[in-house]
Design a protein around this ligand. Structure first.
Ligand code: PLP
Length: 363
């Protein structure tokens, strides 16, 4: 089976085999990682190694903290506001898709949210920064680097007004291309797409932004408390962190972030080329410069999709072992998610099916 799910998504087979091999006896402890005290030295080594590997992969400077928290991306929609919006009481949100829209709604419960872009009916582009209505007094400016539902991925890193920290949701393209961490105040990512199982969230936060939280901040969303307790304020998702650590090591063995970026480019290009060369049989609504390398959404038969053809395509894909290709219920059609663990040969299988389906059904 080839799993093109948008998340929880495919994990590298090598990692899963490693998990299986060590399931009953983790690192010679005689027990499973799931049964290990989060205060034990055995577990400490797992968590510390995972964080050190992440620091090395992304070249994270020493004035940035890495926190491991629970609550997923959605938890961070609240956490970001709780921890930062009190700086001035308002924050700028760049809404380019469903997830940044949800984040803005969540933050609006805790402070004033200013949408820097006019409201749109469909998310298919990232307006250039010169058109944004930003507020130089904002507590932070927030964006989502890759909108998983619509397949819209930033092709630039925004430059915030002086003194305004940049906050980014990288849940669905984390560790898929190099980033300059110093350009950000906060980066967060839920694990279940590119780096591990659901349940763990990675937060990279510049240390001067820690300690500015609202008084009402729940402890488990509080960056300062999490940092002071080395992400062990309460019981962390130990199994998830263990698997995530194995994924970091897998990335290191496979060319690091540059290797992931190269794979992503090759995989997504293959699928977009077929879409573009199909004379409109396959249709991707997203503007070319911001087409996601991670989530490729497309319709079949017309720009609004031919229901019968799309159903047939999904059935054919499933018959060939290619699963979870259905588009998000809010946009319909097909969505091929090509996260780090998806290989080029697996993507070529999908490409082959798309070409054959086009040949059989074009008019
Ligand atoms: N942000 C992005 C970009 C996502 O794709 C998702 C989930 O798909 C979320 C946030 C929400 O994550 P969670 O379900 O972990 O709360």
């Amino acid at each position: 089976v080839i799993n093109f799910a948008a998340g929880p998504a495919k994990l590298p087979e090598e990692v899963l085999r490693d998990v299986q091999k060590n399931l009953l006896d983790c690192n010679g402890s005689g027990i499973s990682v799931m049964e290990m005290s989060h205060r034990s030295s055995n577990y400490a080594k797992i968590q510390e190694t995972a964080i050190a590997d992440l620091r090395a992969l992304l070249n994270i400077p020493s004035n940035y903290k890495v926190l491991l928290m629970q609550g997923g991306g959605t938890g961070q929609f609240a956490a970001v506001a709780f921890n930062l919006i009190g700086r001035s009481g308002s924050a700028d949100y760049v809404i380019t898709g469903s997830w940044s829209s949800k984040a803005a709604k969540e933050a609006a419960q805790y402070g004033k949210v200013n949408a820097v872009l006019p409201k749109v009916s469909k998310y298919v582009e990232v307006p250039r920064q010169s058109t944004w209505q930003t507020d130089p007094k904002a507590s932070y400016i927030y964006y989502c680097d890759n909108e998983t539902v619509e397949g819209v991925e930033f092709d630039f890193v925004p430059v915030p007004p002086t003194g305004v920290p940049l906050v980014c949701d990288m849940s669905s393209n984390f560790l898929s291309r190099p980033i300059d961490v110093t350009k950000f105040g906060v980066i967060f990512a839920g694990a279940q797409k590119n780096i591990g199982p659901a349940g763990t969230t990675v937060i990279i936060v510049r240390d001067d932004l820690i300690g500015q939280h609202l008084k009402t901040t729940p402890s488990i969303l509080n960056f300062e408390l999490m940092d002071k307790n080395s992400s062990l304020l309460n019981t962390p998702p130990t199994f998830g962190i263990y698997v995530m650590g194995l994924v970091f090591q897998w990335i290191k063995r496979n060319g690091g972030i540059e290797g992931m970026a190269e794979r992503s480019r090759a995989k997504s290009q293959l699928i977009y080329n077929i879409i573009d060369q199909s004379n409109g049989f396959y249709y991707c609504p997203v503007e070319r410069n911001v087409r996601s390398r991670m989530n490729v959404p497309f319709r079949i038969g017309s720009a609004t999709g031919n229901d019968a053809l799309e159903k047939e395509f999904l059935a054919k894909a499933e018959a060939e072992g290619m699963i979870q290709l259905k588009g998000h219920r809010s946009v319909g059609g097909i969505r091929a998610s090509l996260y780090n663990a998806i290989t080029l040969p697996e993507t070529q299988q999908l490409a082959k099916l798309m070409l054959a389906f086009y040949e059989n059904n074009k008019n």
